[in-house]
Design a protein around this ligand. Structure first.
Ligand SMILES: *[C@@H]1O[C@H](CO)[C@@H](O)[C@H](O)[C@H]1NC(C)=O
Ligand SMILES: *[C@@H]1O[C@H](CO)[C@@H](O)[C@H](O)[C@H]1NC(C)=O
Ligand SMILES: *[C@@H]1O[C@H](CO)[C@@H](O)[C@H](O)[C@H]1NC(C)=O
Ligand SMILES: *[C@@H]1O[C@H](CO)[C@@H](O)[C@H](O)[C@H]1NC(C)=O
Length: 667
């Protein structure tokens, strides 16, 4: 160390020693490189988490997409992972399959195709991943299991990848097995074989999107499986790996992580795991479930996304702190950069990573998140301490000649709420390879040679507003609709799609149709009925009306409902006020979706292939209903639930159509 260095270090110590603890950390590429960096991403789906996003009006929808995907603007995401829809409930709703039936193929359903195209438009290098949670019933041949006929499952998944290319010019880079469920070695090898046979050698396999074990140990003992699998993908690893996973020599990814309410503690969680997934667990990619909280907040895991956009009716959205925490890494790295071996924990708490493009660029990211301000939803976080500290970095090797670094700063100040996010500070001088900085708790810094980072912004979106009290949808969407589902309807079992009856000369040419006719290979316990919810969860007094058309002759039944209180994985236990008519000429009023609690029943004269208008009015403890404008029953007495969404649905997995849906909130 020469005299000038000594003086600099001495000066740092002199200034800071009395107030604060300090330590030196080398940043060096001469000691060798670490693993190759694969990116930071978001997961749309698993399930239906982007449901409300497509229905935002411009310019807000494009603004939101820019915050997520546009390079050097907001989160600058490097990976987009999507659900391969399987017609079944997968956490916050169902996503449609590209093959509802064995002889059916349609690559324009849902919104994941659209989302992938929008992401690619902004960042042509974004890495695309597809993963199934559930499968249409025919894939399991009636069994609730996808591996009895692994060749059918493999070709079903491969058809989705081929369709992405054929219809959307999207190259899928990676495909997974079965989200958070068993894997089957035979299936994985068959999937590899089917991909190769289809000219998709470039599509790599991630396994098993669950825990490290047993996949890691099974892989070590199976050479053929090793050849088939490119990446070990784990969920919610708590930043740690296991020796067997390291022993496989495979890339290790946290292929689903975060899932935390997106306030500043959520931001702290995300900052801590983005660094420590590599420092502790050698994971080179981290993917947030979910990408964006674009589902009704009262569904399970409300607001567990990198940002929030769940009000297409108002245009309001919120760029939450995890967006800017992501930017600290993504705006100053690219997949293909390499971690240095000089990464680790700070002596007084927190961590640092360093990455290089091996062409002279260096990015260092530090985080000093305190325990209570960075707890993620899972797994439990063991206690630890962080204090304010002086950090001195000593740049060596290729980086010894760097004289200045750009500085980006975030700070969660829970005492004053003076949170600073992704602020560009004055560049820091590096003197003879050294720079020092006092780092407080709950801070993130990026020090980098990359000069073109940017904190993008748009004017504030419109203010938040409740769902409109008066709402109508005639589902009249001629031509090729932009997407297959009607705005604001959030399917919780079954799939409701725009439908055109070309031979209908009457008023019901354009309708909404429930399409799933067989119980899917499920991921959670879907209801035995189909249901799509809409509106404001706080609604209590409400009038709903809808034209309905049963297509199942003997057993058909449809309903409209209010005060619907559950969705997601709890959909089987949904309560509400349900008004059903059946093709056998009867009606029912029930207090639950399963139909166990009957409030009223009788004859309606209804049958299949006839349109009827149903109206349901609920005020206080009383409900009444009209059929084709005539009172059918009234003053059914009910006590709970007190509030909830409106809904439509069918009494089983059966075809049925809906038209002229209308809501009037009465209070
Ligand atoms: C760093 O990256 C930029 C592109 O981001 C490149 O132009 C430059 O040559 C790289 N190397 C250095 C030493 O800055
Ligand atoms: C954190 O610091 C407190 C106070 O100094 C100490 O009692 C506690 O044991 C420390 N916790 C850990 C996990 O080091
Ligand atoms: C900071 O914000 C939180 C959440 O909005 C609030 O509960 C708390 O009272 C605020 N603290 C201060 C000091 O303003
Ligand atoms: C289409 O419309 C025709 C004429 O109204 C009707 O007979 C037929 O049942 C309808 N088909 C469907 C699937 O709605």
């Amino acid at each position: 160390m020469n005299v000038e260095n000594q003086r600099f270090v001495f000066l740092s110590i002199f200034i800071f020693i009395s107030v604060c603890l300090g330590e030196d950390y080398d940043i060096d590429d001469k000691t060798g490189f670490g693993r190759s960096f694969d990116g930071i991403g978001g997961l749309s789906g698993g399930g239906a988490t982007s449901r409300l996003l497509v229905n935002y009006a411009e310019p807000y929808r494009s603004q939101i997409l820019d915050y997520l995907f546009k390079p050097k603007f907001g989160a600058s995401l490097q990976i987009l992972k999507v659900e391969i829809g399987g017609d079944a409930q997968t956490t916050d709703g169902t996503e449609p399959s590209h093959m509802h039936y064995e002889d059916d193929e349609n690559y324009f359903r849902g919104y994941e195709w659209w989302l992938m195209r929008e992401a690619k438009k902004r960042n042509p290098n974004i890495i695309l991943i597809g993963l199934p949670w559930a499968f249409p019933g025919w894939v399991g041949n009636g069994e609730n299991w996808p591996y009895d006929f692994p060749d059918i499952t493999a070709s079903y998944v491969v058809s989705w990848i081929l369709g992405a290319k054929q219809y959307h010019d999207l190259d899928i880079d990676y495909v997974g097995i079965w989200n958070e469920r068993s894997f089957n070695s035979k299936y994985i090898k068959l999937l590899r074989y089917t991909l190769d046979k289809s000219g998709l050698e470039r599509v790599k396999i991630i396994a098993s999107d669950n825990l490290w074990e047993p996949i890691a140990s099974v892989l070590i003992d199976d050479k053929q499986l090793q050849d088939a699998v490119e990446v070990l993908g784990v969920h919610y690893p708590g930043t740690n790996t296991v020796p067997e996973a390291l022993k496989t020599g495979k890339k290790l990814w946290s292929s689903e992580d975060y899932s935390t309410f997106n306030d500043n503690v959520g931001g702290g969680c995300w900052a801590r795991i983005l660094n420590q997934n590599y420092v502790n667990g050698k994971m080179t990619a981290t993917i947030s479930w979910n990408l964006i909280a674009s589902y009704y907040e009262d569904l399970p895991f409300g607001r567990d996304g990198l940002m929030t956009a769940n009000e297409p009716w108002s245009g309001n959205y919120v760029v939450e702190s995890p967006i800017w925490i992501t930017a600290h890494t993504t705006q100053f790295t690219e997949p293909g950069w390499t971690y240095l071996q000089t990464v680790g924990h700070f002596t007084y708490g927190g961590s640092y990573v360093a990455l290089t493009d091996k062409r002279g660029n260096l990015t260092i990211i530090t985080e000093t998140m305190t325990h209570d301000h960075s707890v993620c939803i899972r797994p439990p976080l063991h206690p630890y301490n962080v204090t304010v500290q002086i950090v001195t970095f000593h740049l060596k090797g290729t980086f010894a000649s760097i004289s200045e670094l750009q500085v980006w700063h975030s700070k969660f100040d829970f005492k004053t709420n003076q949170t600073v996010l992704f602020q560009n500070l004055k560049p820091i001088k590096v003197i003879k390879g050294y720079f020092s900085i006092e780092i407080d708790v709950d801070e993130v810094y990026t020090f980098t040679t990359v000069t073109n980072g940017q904190k993008g912004s748009y004017p504030d979106p419109p203010p938040s507003a409740p769902f409109p009290k008066t709402y109508k949808d005639h589902f009249d969407v001629p031509g090729n609709p932009y997407f297959s589902e009607a705005p604001n309807f959030a399917d919780q079992t079954g799939v409701f799609e725009y439908f055109t009856n070309v031979s209908d000369p009457g008023p019901h040419v354009y309708t909404l149709r429930q399409m799933v006719t067989q119980r899917p290979v499920t991921w959670v316990a879907d209801a035995d009925q189909t249901i799509s919810v809409i509106g404001d969860y706080k609604w209590y007094d409400l009038m709903v009306s809808c034209d309905v058309y049963m297509e199942a002759v003997d057993s058909g039944g449809v309903f409209i409902a209010v005060r619907v209180d559950k969705g997601g994985g709890r959909v089987r236990n949904t309560k509400g006020i349900f008004f059903w008519v059946y093709a056998d000429g009867t009606y029912k009023v029930t207090n639950d979706l399963s139909g166990m609690t009957v409030l009223a029943e009788g004859l309606s004269g209804t049958k299949a292939y006839v349109w009827y208008t149903l109206t349901l009015t609920v005020k206080g403890n009383y409900a009444s209903a009209d059929l084709n404008g005539y009172p059918l029953w009234k003053n059914a007495i009910l006590w709970e639930p007190r509030h909830g969404w409106a809904a439509i649905g069918t009494s089983s997995f059966e075809l049925a159509q809906f038209d002229n849906f209308a809501i009037q909130a009465l209070a």
